[in-house]
Write a protein that binds this ligand. Structure first.
Ligand code: NAD
Length: 499
């Protein structure tokens, strides 16, 4: 499908696509597809004030009713799945099935959030005082500022928005400046859900602000935005986190990863090869959970690397809209340059590089590259750095302790996994003395999480959790209440204070 048809299918008008100051380029062919309007930073105060107003109304709407809005959003997303998936391909360069998969993830989190809207459970707690009762209640918190990265241009908003909305919080979304069109399409889809919902959805419940880092900074600096959920590089998080903390806000940080797989001698190697290839080269290596470090037992390293080289050599690289393509483009030329520079550093540190060359034949333009596999003599500085491209560094190990130490010895702590058929190794890997990551898998790669689990990582990945499990608590404030229904006023801990 050509770019114009993709945009037409989502009802974009000429006004929306022209005359603005932000140029949108498609990674598919490098073509300029739109020039969209940016919000002046000076207008952010109005956006935030509107969100605060929306909060006052939305927090009083019963949570299951709030869930109904998210149910309608899920329905609208189902109806727009193909169209929005195609726009994700156009704007982020994902292959068709991954573009559709991203929209499916949005639908899944909506379904999850609808159920959760009837389960915002608190506790009743035994009081030490007679005639007293203690409870814990979860209340809405206020506007949530969502700052998102280019590589999951729609799913990250939905992980946050679906939960924030059922929790009673309005949302202000600042998407990546590389992917404003997908965000604008989501806003249209959201507006359709609101129109079907009825009058109890206040104006400004989910607002979109298009622009650069300065707009994000305006959200980060505002005391009227109590929660900042920021997804992106560790560099961005290292600025945002301290700023939010300094004004006593709450941040949910989802930052860079440097994810590893340990392959033990007992591993099912054919399964491991499939897991490795999808995790290392899927989305052209541009997932936060992409496999970047392969830690292989020395007894099987040669065999595994040979199998991987054979698989890498046959990977179809090209136009992400073609059904046969498995590896689409990098987001832009800057990513290709960063890849070449990381490969040069790895070589200088003793690495032996397989693949990694730019691909210019048989592609429609854009920045295409063959994924690289680099055998390293050890875990050097280049290996410890996240380069957001398809480079997988391969290292060998002797004992499991050594492998776990290597896996943990990087600044990031997002996703990790082990391939083994040995239950002692598997359980050790996911035990307290195993992987230090937010995600630790067995016999499955590090990427491609389901929405039912809490998603996020430790150390420089930021410590935030989104999506499933009890991540909803990050969008609410906890209130402990003690009710005295006796005729006396005893103090806790037996303290006496008679007047
Ligand atoms: P980026 O950090 O360049 O940009 C992310 C967002 O932050 C953009 O919207 C940008 O405008 C905004 N931003 C940048 N500086 C800011 C500042 N000082 N104040 C406020 N906002 C600011 O990241 P990117 O290149 O778009 O995405 C790739 C990175 O994102 C990788 O490191 C990847 O691992 C990470 N990522 C992490 C997750 C996760 O869940 N952990 C998910 C997706 C991507």
């Amino acid at each position: 499908m050509d770019h114009a048809t993709v945009l037409k299918n989502l009802d974009f008008t000429q006004d929306e696509l022209t005359g603005g100051t932000l140029t949108v380029t498609s990674p598919v062919d490098g073509a300029e597809v739109a020039q969209v309007a940016e919000l002046p930073v000076a207008d952010m105060a109005g956006v935030i004030a509107k969100s605060q107003e929306a909060f006052k109304a939305w927090r009083t709407v019963p949570a299951p009713r709030r869930g109904e809005l998210v149910r309608l959003l899920g329905e609208e997303l189902r109806a727009s799945k193909d169209a929005l998936g195609a726009l994700v391909t156009l704007e982020a360069g994902k292959i068709t099935s991954e573009g559709l998969g991203e929209v499916q993830e949005m639908i899944d989190i909506c379904d999850f959030a609808v159920g959760q809207s009837r389960q915002l459970y608190g506790l009743t707690i035994a009081s030490e005082r007679p005639g007293h009762k203690m409870t814990e209640t979860w209340h809405p918190m206020g506007p949530v500022g969502v700052i998102s990265a280019f590589n999951f241009p729609v799913a990250v908003w939905s992980w946050n928005a679906a939960l924030a909305l059922i929790c009673g919080d309005p949302v202000i979304w600042k998407p990546s400046e590389k992917t404003p069109l997908t965000a604008m399409a989501c806003q249209k889809i959201f507006d359709r859900a609101v129109a079907r919902f009825g009058d109890d959805a206040p104006e400004g419940l989910s607002q979109l602000v298009i622009g650069g880092a300065d707009l994000g900074a305006a959200l980060v600096d505002s005391k009227d935005v109590p929660i900042i959920s920021a997804t992106g590089s560790t560099r961005m998080g290292s600025i945002v986190g301290p700023k939010v903390a300094a004004r006593w806000g709450r941040s949910i940080l989802e930052l860079g990863g440097n994810n590893a797989m340990i392959v033990a001698p007992s591993a099912d190697l054919d399964m491991a090869v499939r897991g490795i290839v999808f995790s290392a080269v899927g989305t052209a290596g541009q997932r936060c959970t992409t496999l970047r470090r392969l830690i292989v037992h020395k007894s099987i390293k040669t065999e595994l690397v040979e199998k991987l080289k054979a698989a890498y050599a046959s990977l179809p690289i090209g136009d992400p809209r073609e059904d046969s393509t498995l590896i689409g483009p990098l987001v832009d030329q800057g990513a290709l340059d960063a890849m070449q520079s990381a490969l040069a550093s790895a070589k200088a540190e003793g690495g032996v590089v397989f693949g990694g060359a730019a691909v210019t034949e048989g592609v429609p333009g854009g920045a295409y590259v063959a994924p690289a596999l680099v055998e390293m003599p050890g875990q050097t500085e280049t290996v410890k750095t996240e380069t957001f491209v398809p480079i997988m560094y391969v290292m060998e190990y002797d004992t499991l302790d050594e492998a776990i130490e290597l896996q943990n010895d990087v600044p990031q702590g997002l996703s990790s996994c082990i391939f083994t058929l040995n239950v002692r190794e598997a359980e050790t890997f996911i035990s307290a003395s195993g992987s230090d990551c937010g995600i630790a898998n067995v016999n499955i790669g590090p990427s491609g999480a389901e929405i039912g689990g809490a998603f996020g990582g430790e150390k420089e990945t930021g410590g935030g959790r989104e999506s499933g499990s009890d991540a909803w608590k990050g969008y609410m404030r906890r209130q402990t209440s003690t009710v005295n229904y006796s005729a006396a006023l005893p103090l806790a801990q037996g303290v006496s204070f008679d007047i």
